[in-house]
Design a protein around this ligand. Structure first.
Ligand code: SAM
Length: 252
């Protein structure tokens, strides 16, 4: 057992039933490669290695690397001592991995943006996140959880909450509830159909004034109203991702 380091969000999973539930949920087949972010002491890794074709791990803490390297089920695997946010996934040369991570909650957003940046290099992803964040990522249209992050991630992903997790399954116990989420790529989405800069500008402006009608919050944008089919009397939480795409594609 090592001392958990707060700066790297180290809350280790210690509940065998929960680890089995994660494995059952992600349902890896023996022809799939897995990349685990933040394997820690290997609690999940030692189960992943049994079901995957290959397992690679990226862990920032050199002390944990030493433990992983002598772990009887993990030694000899690809164990990379790096900050995942600095890793170019293509350079790891893992064929279309399933990404799995019980990640530090303070870098949830950067990791999701890392997944967006590497969207062509992985197959599907599963992350443990703070429950409130999971609710916002999966917010239903028209609810208060439907927010800027829902729409920005909704452009690329279809995110679902698999199950909630109590603080009791970790050592040390975090102060918050957690949730395990699945991230699949949005079907039919083609990066080239959307100007992502314009899309994020529209989404940011609309949600910065989420109580206002779009005709007010987006008033400084030059939008081609002949081709854009949106009713600008609506508010941002009433618009689907496709409708935000429609607006951003009609900025002149
Ligand atoms: N997977 C282990 C488990 O479930 O017991 C550990 C989970 S712990 C919440 C998060 C892990 O991510 C720690 O091992 C921590 O050192 C590692 N970590 C933190 N920041 C990281 C980063 N930027 N890149 C890679 N690993 C990181």
């Amino acid at each position: 057992m090592v001392f958990a380091k707060k700066k790297w969000g180290q809350n280790f999973l210690v509940d065998n039933n929960l680890l089995d539930k994660i494995i059952k949920t992600i349902n890896i087949t023996d022809n799939e490669n897995v990349l685990e972010i933040g394997p820690g002491q290997g609690a999940l890794s030692e189960k992943l290695v049994d079901v995957a074709k290959s397992l690679s791990m990226v862990e920032i803490d050199p002390d944990l690397i030493k433990i992983l390297e002598v772990h009887e089920k993990l030694s000899g695997l690809k164990i990379i001592n790096q900050d995942i946010l600095k890793v170019d996934l293509n350079s790891l040369k893992i064929n279309s991995p399933v990404v799995v991570g019980n990640i530090p909650y303070n870098i949830t957003s950067p990791i999701i943006f890392w997944l967006i940046d590497h969207i062509d290099s992985w197959d599907r992803a599963y992350l443990m996140v703070q429950k409130e964040v999971a609710q916002r990522l999966t917010g239903k249209i028209g609810t208060k959880d439907y927010s800027r992050v829902t729409v920005m991630t909704g452009l690329f992903f279809d995110i679902k909450i698999c199950f909630s997790i109590s603080p009791n399954v970790f050592i040390p116990r975090p102060k918050v509830q957690s949730a395990f989420i699945s991230i699949e790529k949005r079907s039919g989405f083609n990066k080239n159909d959307v100007d992502i800069k314009k899309f994020s500008q529209v989404v940011r402006m609309a949600f910065n004034q989420r109580r206002k009608m779009l005709r007010n919050s987006l008033s400084t944008l030059d939008i081609d109203l002949d081709t854009c089919k949106i009713d600008f009397k609506r508010r941002p939480e009433q618009l689907t991702v496709d409708e935000f795409i429609d607006i951003s594609n009609n900025i002149i």
